[in-house]
Design a protein around this ligand. Structure first.
Ligand SMILES: Nc1nc2c(ncn2[C@@H]2O[C@H](COP(=O)(O)OP(=O)(O)OP(=O)(O)O)[C@@H](O)[C@H]2O)c(=O)[nH]1
Ligand SMILES: [Mg+2]
Length: 302
């Protein structure tokens, strides 16, 4: 199956929502002002974000509602061009920084899909012939360590673990040491879900970052926040809050298959301009893909 087909299947809910709304707006004959106001409502409720919505509306207005010029097709063209111009600069698959040991910390609030994403990502990197180790730094629950081992073992990816209740920073440190001395190419650290307003948990997260610098002063090479698309605009706050603690280097957005709120990727890109490394469009190990702006937009507006 082509990547476009996978994106199309995965983004079906958002795409159906987009299509349905746009068709409704243009199906009835209405005064231009009403069309404009409906388009504004549609774009805001689709999580495209205020700034992008405004930009698109201005471009639409430039067409002055000449009936010959302004129709669904010309609106779709403006929307497509604007989405690509926002998303394209955020497209990145540069997770191979060519260092001796690439270290990647994965963070986010509870249940966004971090652990499953670590499993999926390790599969992708393994297929790129990388020697990968994953650190089980969510030590709150034994089940979290078991879950990580399960998703990694499927792909023959080694997991470095300690016991339940161990200090996550110490597990991260030991994982890095082990990775360096055993010549791994990539070290991915899975962390526990944490709410940004829980100071002790955020302090613990800072400690993980601090401690691995003792093994490699350039570490971590990446701090990736995993966001759940179904949370819509709340994902924006999560990026803001985690960014206060660390320098996030990129985003992975999961569960784009489970929501009609896929437009949130556009407002996030517009606001933070962080690389989007990958998107999750399903629960299976192969359902994580490097982000491709054109294919994403094409699937959304197909
Ligand atoms: N539909 C869908 N489900 C996903 C996707 N990514 C993850 N999930 C599901 O989301 C649920 C939570 O995933 P986890 O990987 O355990 O999330 P987590 O962030 O590690 O959770 P905590 O460690 O408890 O914070 C699981 O049921 C996953 O299968 C996705 O792209 N699409
Ligand atoms: Mg987890």
């Amino acid at each position: 199956m082509s990547l476009l087909q996978k994106f199309t299947d995965g983004l079906k809910k958002t795409s159906d929502d987009f299509k349905g709304n746009i068709n409704n707006i243009f199906n009835k004959s209405k005064p231009p002002e009403e069309i404009l106001s409906d388009l504004e409502d549609f774009m805001i409720s689709s999580d495209i974000g205020l700034i992008s919505t405004e930009k698109i509306l201005n471009k639409v207005k430039e067409k002055k509602f000449d009936k010959q010029l302004f129709n669904k097709e010309s609106f779709l063209k403006i929307l497509r061009d604007e989405m690509i111009s926002i998303l394209k600069p955020c497209e990145s698959n540069n997770l191979d920084k060519n260092t001796k040991l690439q270290s990647i910390i994965v963070c986010g609030v509870n249940g966004t899909g971090k652990t499953t994403t670590v499993g999926k990502l390790s599969k992708i990197l393994k297929n790129m012939n990388k020697k990968i180790i994953v650190g089980a730094c969510d030590t709150f629950r034994a089940a979290a360590i078991d879950q990580l081992e399960k998703v990694c073992n499927k792909n023959n990816v080694e997991v470095f673990k300690s016991n339940e209740g161990a200090d996550p920073a110490s597990v991260a440190y030991k994982t890095m040491e082990y990775a360096l001395s055993n010549k791994f190419n990539t070290c991915i650290i899975d962390t526990a879900g944490r709410l940004h307003n829980k100071k002790n948990l955020m302090d613990e997260f800072s400690k993980i970052i601090r401690v691995i610098k003792k093994v490699d002063e350039n570490a971590p090479h990446e701090i990736i926040i995993v966001l759940d698309a179904t949370t819509g605009q709340n994902a924006m706050n999560q990026v803001t809050e985690f960014n206060k603690i660390c320098n996030l280097s990129g985003i992975i957005m999961t569960k784009l298959d489970g929501t009609a709120k896929g437009g949130v990727l556009i407002s996030i890109s517009q606001k933070f301009k962080l690389p989007i490394y990958a998107i999750g469009i399903g629960e299976q190990p192969e359902d994580l893909h490097f982000f491709d702006a054109e294919k994403f937009v094409e699937a959304l507006l197909r």
